[in-house]
Design a protein around this ligand. Structure first.
Ligand code: DON
Length: 461
């Protein structure tokens, strides 16, 4: 017998629509001429100022690129959020905060200012803070520490990453300002590890080679709650990814951090080789590369292009989420619904008269504070034509994507309260996720819930 014919797959090229959008942004800024190459690390001054690449990696694991997105360059300060993630994994937030703060400095990336009293650097995104976070990565010696960092950066990028030895040697030979900062911190107690060893690891970490495509996947991993969307590997836990993104949002762009958040509204980090990473939380990672920098050390074209993409894709962090979608999408009673097919004429009549005793609330999307609150308020009063006020509530969670812990707590409390007041609560959840505790009855379809409540009502009345 011949196997069944397979349907042929017709390529539609639909993904090109996203690439087209990136091409439009790339074309718009590729001719911009402003900015200077970084020269305090001499090797960086040899970069080609005309290079310009943009890459987007979605949380579904697709990558779209425009321009020079596969040209390697050294990661520099873009390593800082990812090494901060590693320190958070090793030590936890409280221990890390003892040694490095989380306040925007309002100063340049190589500021020497430390917190009076504690000697802590202001945050892990400026050089001082990053040198401390590098020293906090747990390892028996500097070689092992660097290998852990290289492996972590590679896990974020989804491939093994190499080091540019020329850039490393160039920075190691000229990094006196970082040396000064490190010795100052050692004197103040915030850097407790060996100064020269830590600096060697930090300079090597800054010399790891990446592309704009890598950066997009790295940012998408943070945007995806710590799971690399291309490899499927959980690189960091979700709470670590959230904390890294928070510090990127407030401190990632140095003395441009405030205006950046105002204009682009995205957690981001820049680097002196011309790279920029941004995360559209829950949506995608963005990686950009263009070597000429503005006076604050941020890539001129990358900043302009990222702001344009944020505007076009409507990504500003402060946009109200799901603003067009009501969490509570259905609020009704059974006497207003189509009757079930198997009911006798007598039952139908009684359900028309008494069906207002069965209320329905259906929610969609993520049940967070606002959604849980709207459910609570919608059941402030429930109708009942029965003399003792007995009634039923069908809570339909079929379209709820998840119930966060506060939502679950509020809904659990609601169920307990209602049931003590002779309100029978039935939850509909086709996926049997046990999202709300303590309910009298659970069903996987709305029809089953309706039948269960109606049968009880008919038996009672
Ligand atoms: O420590 C340094 O100075 C460099 N390795 C990295 C600085 C950097 O990328 C700042 N970013 N804008």
């Amino acid at each position: 017998m011949s196997p069944p014919a397979q349907p042929s797959m017709r390529p539609t090229g639909a993904g090109e629509l996203i690439t087209d959008t990136l091409d439009v942004v790339h074309d718009r800024f590729s001719a911009s001429e402003g900015g200077e190459l970084a020269s305090y690390i001499p090797e960086l001054a040899t970069a080609d100022p005309g290079l310009f690449g943009i890459a987007v990696a979605s949380v579904t694991g697709n990558v779209y690129v425009s321009g020079d997105a596969d040209v390697p360059f050294t990661i520099q300060s873009l390593s800082k959020p990812f090494v901060f993630a590693l320190a958070l994994r090793d030590l936890g937030l409280e221990e890390v905060l003892v040694r490095v703060g989380a306040e925007p400095s309002g100063e340049g990336f190589s500021s020497i200012r430390l917190e009076p009293g504690t000697g802590r650097p202001p945050n892990p995104m400026v050089n001082a803070g990053a040198i401390v976070t590098t020293s906090l990565v747990d390892a028996p010696d500097e070689a092992a520490r660097f290998e852990r960092i290289r492996a972590e950066l590679g896990a974020f990028a989804g491939r093994e990453l190499d080091v540019d030895e020329r850039v490393y040697a160039s920075e190691a030979a000229t990094g006196d300002r970082n040396r000064a900062i490190a010795y100052l911190m050692h004197g103040a107690g915030s850097l407790q590890a060996d100064v020269e060893g830590t600096l060697g690891t930090y300079f090597r970490q800054c010399s790891v080679l990446v592309t704009a495509r890598d950066l997009a996947v790295m940012a998408a991993t943070l945007a995806n709650g710590g799971v690399n969307p291309v490899t499927g590997v959980e690189v960091v836990e979700e709470h670590v990814a959230e904390r890294v993104l928070a510090v990127m949002a407030t401190c990632g762009m140095y003395d441009y951090a405030g205006e950046w958040l105002l204009r682009a509204g995205l957690p981001a980090k820049s680097g002196v080789s011309g790279g920029l990473v941004c995360a559209g939380v829950g949506q995608f990672g963005l990686g950009l590369f263009s070597p000429p920098l503005d006076a604050r050390g941020n890539s001129v074209r990358s900043v302009a292009a990222a702001q344009e993409i944020s505007r076009r894709f409507d990504l500003h962090l402060m946009h109200r989420p799901d603003r067009d979608v009501s969490a509570l999408y259905r609020s009704t009673r059974v006497d207003r619904l189509r009757q079930l097919a198997h009911r006798t004429p007598g039952q139908r009549r009684r359900l028309r008269d008494l069906g207002s005793a069965i209320s329905v609330r259906a929610v969609q999307g993520s049940v967070e504070f606002a959604a849980a609150e709207s459910i609570l308020r919608s059941v402030d009063e429930l109708p009942s034509p029965l003399p003792d006020g007995e009634c039923w509530l069908i809570l339909d969670l079929s379209r709820a994507s998840r119930v966060i812990s506060l939502g679950a707590q509020l809904l659990g409390g609601l169920v307990e309260r209602l049931q003590s007041q002779r309100v029978h609560v039935v939850v509909v959840d086709p996926f049997e996720r046990g999202l709300v505790t303590g309910v009298e009855h659970r069903t996987t379809t709305f029809e089953d819930a309706q039948r269960w409540c109606e049968d009880q009502l008919l038996a009672t009345a």
